[in-house]
Design a protein around this ligand. Structure first.
Ligand code: FMN
Length: 199
């Protein structure tokens, strides 16, 4: 698919059919994530991949109570064939930057102006989402909050050093999708966010 089309078509999808995702396509999508840039080429990320209703149901049970599910505005989200949980690994970066070519042997996290472990995992998640569009599929990146992070960790045995940065539902878009109310805000105009020369 043409790059401009991928960018234009990428919209969060919250209503999926139950059709499975082709395994080769899923591998290409995950390979695109692995090709994302990372500080010091640390690649301090990991991706929990849940395929099919049995595995995805374990995720939904860990993150949505029965009550919340019954009243949720986007029930077609639960039909997504695949869920990917991208996880960032802070310790991988502290260790990588303690190597001789970097030299931050104190492994002090306050050296970091922003946490590159989350940034790199976010880059990978974005690359993954673009690859999803390129495969003619749809995706939703969504948050996992509070105690649900621990519930997902426990359910799937995610090691302590890995932090889920959210989750990505992937599947075949269903015909009708209820748009997020957030979209009413519209894209901010260029001159509000872009600052040529001086801020
Ligand atoms: C970090 C992040 C967290 C998000 N969390 C949620 C979420 O929890 N639930 C949801 O429905 N959408 C979530 N979204 C999707 C945004 O609402 C969406 O990207 C935004 O409204 C713009 O719409 P678009 O991506 O379709 O262009 C999230 C997006 C990002 C980047």
């Amino acid at each position: 698919m043409d790059f401009d089309d991928v960018i234009a078509r990428r919209k969060m999808v919250r209503n999926f059919t139950t059709d499975p995702v082709d395994r080769a396509a899923l591998d290409r999508i995950l390979d695109a994530a692995r090709r994302a840039p990372s500080a010091g080429f640390t690649q301090g990320w990991g991706f929990l991949v849940l395929v099919g209703p049995e595995e995805t149901e374990r995720f939904w049970r860990s993150t949505f109570s029965a009550d919340r599910r019954a009243t949720f505005g986007w029930p077609g989200l639960f039909d997504a064939a695949v869920i990917v949980v991208p996880c960032s690994n802070e310790s991988a970066y502290l260790n990588r930057y303690a190597e001789p070519d970097k030299g931050w042997t104190d492994r002090d996290p306050t050296r970091w102006p922003v946490p590159y472990w989350h940034i790199d995992t976010g880059f990978a998640a974005m690359q993954l989402q673009l690859a999803v569009v390129n495969e003619g599929l749809g995706a939703l990146f969504f948050g996992i909050f509070g105690q649900r992070v621990d519930a997902v960790r426990a359910e799937f045995g995610i090691p302590n050093q890995f932090m889920p940065i959210g989750a990505i539902a992937i599947g075949h878009p269903a015909n009708r999708d209820v748009p997020s109310p957030s979209l009413r805000r519209g894209h901010k105009p260029r001159d509000e966010v872009v600052h040529y020369g001086d801020w």
